[in-house]
Design a protein around this ligand. Structure first.
Ligand code: SF4
Length: 312
């Protein structure tokens, strides 16, 4: 798949053994952080946290990405290079670190290597439920490869509105692919039971000033996916660099959305608590623990690997 890369709907068709695509990455896997994180939805986090692996690079170009330090297609995107063996060792170390799940964050552009690492880890006793935590910007080819490894999809459906996609996601075409991605996932995972770590949790972040787009999404979700998937509705949009101000979702807008969930019969899932508004959600990947320490703990094996690689 790396030789003529079509892992996401950018369909660059470049040879990533030799060059980078629009995601800014070659075939050499780079990761920015690994450790436990308790800020994921409760069943995914469990008692000690979900075992996160944040991959460097991203096929989308969201203008206000909270992970901009690691997601940029530019050469300065933060991350260390790891082999498939090292990646499998990280997976096993997260299991030993009491992670409730393995949480693969934005791994779309490294799908073949992640599948290879999971194969290696499983042969050595890896048995955590695997969570695919992504923007949903995947091709059918990419999904076919990774799906057999996935227990829970934690997938963004950011919008079905092309103008909103162009403004916030960097690509208007994002929404053209969301139905086919969701239809694929639901065809393979028609039932969700997060207590058993099976199925799909659709995440939707309310974009500021775009309440109508969120309402359009909620109607579509209720019609097509309500019986198969849980919903996680998030309202904490924060531009990371502070160079632009967006008014937060107002109390009236928040109440309107909660009422709408009720009317549409969407009752399986999570709604972000507005009392979380003052938590500093934007990570700083230059630190050993990029998140508030009450939420996260770095994997010692990852820190060891990082120090070794950075000192070479
Ligand atoms: S993963 Fe997507 S953006 Fe990256 S090279 Fe492949 S098709 Fe292009």
């Amino acid at each position: 798949m790396y030789e003529n890369c079509r892992l996401c709907p950018n369909f660059c068709e470049v040879d990533r053994h030799k060059t980078k695509g629009a995601c800014g990455q070659t075939d050499r896997v780079r990761i920015a952080w690994s450790g436990l994180h308790k800020g994921e939805e409760p069943p995914v986090s469990g008692e000690y946290g979900s075992g996160m692996i944040f991959f460097t690079g991203c096929p989308l170009g969201c203008r206000f990405c909270q992970n901009y330090q690691i997601s940029s297609p530019r050469d300065d995107a933060y991350g260390i290079e790891v082999t498939t063996d090292e990646l499998s060792e990280i997976m096993l170390a997260l299991q030993d670190f009491k992670a409730a799940s393995l949480n693969l964050v934005t791994g779309t552009h490294f799908i073949p290597s992640i599948a290879a690492s999971l194969d290696i880890a499983k042969k050595k006793g890896f048995c955590l439920p695997v969570v695919w935590n992504s923007s949903g910007y995947e091709s059918q080819e990419g999904l076919q490869i990774i799906d057999p490894y996935i227990d829970v999809y934690l997938v963004d459906v950011k919008t079905y509105d092309r103008n909103v996609a162009a403004k916030f996601c960097g690509r208007a075409r994002y929404c053209d692919y969301m139905d086919s991605v969701m239809d694929f996932i639901v065809s393979r995972h028609p039932h969700t039971d997060l207590d058993r770590m099976k199925g799909t949790l659709v995440r939707h972040l309310v974009f500021p000033g775009e309440l109508d787009a969120t309402k359009q999404f909620l109607v579509r979700f209720a019609q097509k996916y309500r019986k198969s998937c849980y919903l996680s509705l998030m309202v904490q949009f924060i531009p990371p660099r502070g160079d632009v101000y967006f008014p937060p979702v107002s109390d009236e807008e928040y109440d309107e959305l909660i009422d709408m969930l009720d009317i549409l019969g969407i009752d399986d899932g999570f709604v972000q608590d507005r009392s979380d508004d003052d938590i500093l959600w934007i990570p700083d990947f230059r630190k050993d623990v990029p998140f508030p320490s009450s939420f996260a703990a770095a994997l010692p094996y990852f820190l060891e690997l990082k120090r070794k690689k950075l000192s070479l």
